[in-house]
Design a protein around this ligand. Structure first.
Ligand SMILES: Nc1ncnc2c1ncn2[C@@H]1O[C@H](COP(=O)(O)OP(=O)(O)OP(=O)(O)O)[C@@H](O)[C@H]1O
Ligand SMILES: [Mg+2]
Length: 113
């Protein structure tokens, strides 16, 4: 099992979620976050506005998946999140040791999807 954390541009959120749904990935957590990458947030054009300042608005998408879904998830995020501009974001893939569905007590792969 893996835990995928993607930081994406807010204006790509719908496309990324749609691509994940098409890859049969429906269980996600989405948060609004602040961050900066290697440009340190100094200048980044977003919908024509040049934002100044240290922290930029980003969307964090978190997905816990069985191993078979790692590749499709990454492809969906990379494809749908890509504009080619700085700030497109990053994806982190972590080993996931356990998952528990609280309602049923199921664990591991059974609990994840
Ligand atoms: N190493 C990191 N650790 C934690 N968060 C990160 C890291 N790199 C990027 N992020 C998060 O991802 C967001 C988008 O990063 P961004 O795409 O700007 O990365 P980058 O390395 O600067 O690449 P690029 O040159 O394409 O802009 C950042 O605002 C930050 O929230
Ligand atoms: Mg950057």
């Amino acid at each position: 099992m893996k835990y995928i954390i993607a930081i994406i541009q807010p204006h790509r959120t719908e496309e990324v979620l749609e691509a994940l749904y098409k890859a049969d990935i429906h269980l996600v957590t989405v948060s609004e976050v602040l961050g900066h990458g290697r440009q340190k947030g100094l200048t980044e054009v977003y919908r024509g506005h040049r934002e100044m300042g240290a922290l930029l608005h980003k969307i964090k998408v978190e997905i816990a998946v069985n191993d078979a879904f790692v590749k499709p998830a990454l492809e969906a995020i990379e494809h749908a999140g890509h504009t080619g501009n700085v700030g497109d974001g990053k994806v982190f893939v972590l080993d996931l040791k356990e998952c528990v569905r609280i309602r049923t007590g199921e664990r591991g792969s059974k609990a994840i999807g």
